[in-house]
Design a protein around this ligand. Structure first.
Ligand SMILES: Nc1ncnc2c1ncn2[C@@H]1O[C@H](COP(=O)(O)OP(=O)(O)OP(=O)(O)O)[C@@H](O)[C@H]1O
Ligand SMILES: [Zn+2]
Length: 731
């Protein structure tokens, strides 16, 4: 008896989570659209993958030995061709698992195999009386008047969209009771056509803004660096460039740093455009993220505004990309697939043949170099938009000052003056917690983390000593373990202590703190931001969270409490970051009607970093750094990768990197430095080493590094390692 098993005739290539360098082959009884998800067997498990084009060696494996696909989850392509191509490029370029770009492109629920349908929505429509009524007739409620006026403008909307605009369920219900609107439930997956119609008129551009806007042409791929001093009105240029893009029926993608995507930012876009704006950020639940993603990919949104991973959002007929604060560190993912979203955005714009605007007051050295060598158009806004002058910047020589916990008399007096004038003051202290160390005044002992090569930070809230690297916590010792003295206490000043001190000095003034503890969630962060809107003087104190493009209308004094530690960091980019941070933080001063002032406390007032920064000359500062980079062949004049390796056994980690160094040197295409211990040489019980790999040619770097994954399995003998292409820091 012969039984004939019929082999499904179609060969399907699927990108699957795991350490594979290409797609895996499966078979199926019918063709499957590229970009659809399917459920496939992998060992004993069943996993969700994405169908893709065959890899280089995908065609020759005998089809009878392929396993059949378990189920096809999508009727057509879920990821369009442009995103598939970009996702494949991501894995290759960043030398990571083949599937990582595809998985990054999908919202979590879709990665887990969930359905890709938009949830049903509640739609609000005006009734006949609702169309006819004059909003003023709703005498008692301003909100209801605004709601009716809005609906009369846009005719229909979802309850969700109205709530995003700040209207409440109760206000809607009142209008239903008055028979002015109806709410109906149905699903809508029809794309809309962007129109660029505005709710509020655009601002009249000043000369520089107009020149910048006019330069952003419609030609195929044209990248621009929009370098505009703080408060120069870069956002208005984005808004008007987007308006023109929507008028042509195309869509726009806007990337912002994580902390910059506040309800205020989203509102700024929503109150300008009648077209739908969809936001993608880490504050969304999985279901909300899925809904936003589907709206974007179905073409229901005209503008998508999002953080790092939004760069891979499918958007039909994309016409413009904007990357705000392009220098921001949050664009670089620091684990797993270590991509740089700004660079991915450039690649996306290039492949789509569309303009892209990178905006900032403090360009990254890479972007500045690209602009100065003509690879990017260079658009300049040298003046503040409202005609306000940039703040005066001065240093305070701490060697000559009396101080209380690091707050000098001079700065304290100026704080008091500005508060007395009814203004707000912003104090920057890049150190969270109560104090950076727990210290014995008799012998100098300091509390260290048992798992890391680092001191513990003292936190008053919760009264504990915490390691900021691994999260280890312990109760502060009351006596010194070395000399048994009881003279142990917190030493130095962090934001928590600064808040306490300022509260004692200015009991009548609210102190609003921003750091990862006081603003640990998006919600808390926004609540703190809202407190800064209350009338009257206030002190805002916090870490670099404060530096990211926030527009505090009434801040007239910015005080830099302590940045000296940043002057001596060993990291390649430490000075670049320092200059950016100082410029950005200083730029929060004097943005409203009153002239601002900036005071920088330092024990090193002669450090050359302060000379250009006092004159608001970020460019000279950056060009000095560029000259140094050129001398040493560092980016953007050469190409870098870091291989980091860690293990509970220091010798094993070091030996693994030693082997890699030998191999890499044998390719004769790269220079290798190391293995050397990482800046934090032990973290969470693991010893950490790194290898710095450098080349004058990008292709040489990739050719040398690509084979490493085959030669050295990633996690073996308790050693794990990864490659970081274009590292943001060498730490
Ligand atoms: N053409 C204009 N006329 C009048 N006011 C303007 C104009 N353009 C922008 N503004 C106002 O100037 C202020 C600063 O603008 P915006 O926040 O866009 O600056 P920015 O360049 O993004 O600054 P930063 O880089 O510091 O975040 C805003 O209040 C904005 O409304
Ligand atoms: Zn630790």
């Amino acid at each position: 008896m012969t039984s004939q098993i019929k082999i499904p005739p179609y060969r399907i290539h699927v990108a699957i989570p795991g350490p594979f360098s290409g797609p895996l082959g499966y078979c199926h009884h019918s063709p499957v659209a590229l970009g659809a998800r399917c459920l496939v067997p992998l060992g004993r498990r069943s996993v969700v993958g994405v169908t893709v084009a065959p890899g280089p060696d995908g065609a020759d494996y005998p089809i009878e030995r392929l396993k059949p696909i378990g189920a096809v989850l999508d009727p057509g392509a879920l990821l369009p061709a442009d995103i598939l191509a970009l996702a494949a490029w991501l894995g290759r370029y960043y030398l990571h698992e083949f599937s990582s770009g595809f998985l990054l492109a999908l919202p979590a629920l879709l990665r887990k195999g969930g359905g890709a349908e938009l949830p049903v929505e509640e739609w609000v429509t005006l009734t006949v009386p609702g169309v006819a009524i004059l909003p003023d007739q709703l005498k008692r409620s301003v909100a209801q008047q605004q709601l009716i006026a809005l609906l009369q403008d846009i005719s229909t909307s979802t309850v969700r969209a109205l709530r995003e605009r700040g209207f409440s369920r109760g206000q809607l219900t009142s209008l239903v009771k008055k028979d002015l609107i109806t709410i109906q439930i149905h699903q809508d997956d029809q794309p809309i056509a962007p129109t660029g119609t505005l709710f509020e008129p655009a601002l009249e551009l000043n000369n520089e803004q107009q020149l910048a806007l006019d330069a952003v042409n419609r030609e195929p791929y044209s990248p621009f660096l929009l370098e505009g001093v703080t408060g120069s009105g870069k956002t208005e240029v984005y808004l008007q460039a987007i308006e023109r893009c929507l008028r042509e029926g195309k869509r726009a993608l806007v990337l912002v740093p994580e902390i910059g995507l506040t309800p205020q930012t989203i509102q700024r876009f929503q109150s300008r455009f009648q077209d739908r704006v969809v936001a993608l950020h880490s504050g969304l639940s999985d279901a909300q993220r899925l809904s936003a993603w589907l709206q974007a990919s179905l073409g229901q949104a005209a503008i998508v505004i999002g953080t790092r991973s939004a760069v891979l959002t499918p958007l039909p007929n994309l016409g413009l990309i904007v990357v705000d604060e392009e220098h921001d560190l949050s664009y670089k993912q620091q684990d797993s697939l270590r991509y740089q979203a700004r660079d991915v955005a450039l690649k996306r714009a290039h492949d789509a043949g569309i303009p892209i605007i990178l905006g900032t007051a403090t360009p990254s050295l890479e972007s500045l170099h690209n602009a100065q060598t003509g690879r990017f158009g260079h658009l300049l806004l040298n003046h503040r938009a409202g005609g306000m002058a940039l703040p005066g910047v001065e240093t305070i020589d701490m060697r000559k000052q009396q101080h209380q916990n690091g707050l000098s008399e001079r700065l304290l007096m100026r704080v008091a003056d500005h508060l007395a004038d009814g203004n707000q003051v912003l104090l920057f202290l890049n150190r969270r917690g109560y104090a950076p160390s727990w210290f014995c005044a008799d012998c100098g002992w300091m509390a260290d983390c048992v798992f890391c090569d680092a001191h513990l930070t003292h936190h008053r809230q919760g009264y504990s000593n915490i390691c900021h690297h691994c999260g280890h916590r312990e109760a502060p010792r009351k006596s010194c373990p070395t000399c048994h003295s009881n003279q142990v206490s917190a030493m130095g000043t962090g934001t928590e202590r600064a808040e306490e001190l300022l509260g004692e000095l200015f009991p009548a003034v609210p102190v609003i703190r921003f750091d990862r503890d006081a603003a640990s969630t998006r919600h808390k962060f926004v609540a703190q931001l809202e407190r800064t809107d209350l009338p009257g003087p206030a002190i805002i104190v916090g870490t670099q969270m404060l530096a990211k493009g926030h527009h505090f209308e009434r801040v007239t004094l910015v005080g830099i409490w302590d940045i000296d530690i940043g002057l001596f960091s060993a990291d390649l980019r430490a000075r670049e970051r320092m200059g950016q941070l100082l410029t950005q933080v200083s730029g929060r001063s004097g943005r409203g009607e009153r002239r601002g002032e900036v005071l920088i406390q330092t024990y090193y007032p002669d450090d050359p970093i302060f000379v250009p920064l006092k004159q608001h000359d970020y460019r000279t500062f950056a060009n000095d750094l560029l000259a140094e980079r050129q001398r040493s062949g560092l980016p953007p004049f050469g190409y870098l990768a870091v291989i980091r390796c860690d293990s509970a056994f220091a010798d094993r980690a070091e030996a693994r990197l030693q082997q890699m160094a030998h191999y890499l040197l044998s390719t004769k295409r790269v220079r290798v430095l190391g293995p050397i211990p990482a800046l934090l040489s032990r973290r969470a019980g693991k010893h950490r080493f790194m290898l710095i790999v450098q080349s004058d040619k990008r292709s040489h770097l990739h050719q040398s590094l690509t084979p490493l994954h085959q030669h050295y399995p990633r996690d073996q003998q308790q050693v794990s390692w990864h490659i970081d292409i274009d590292p943001a820091e060498l730490a």
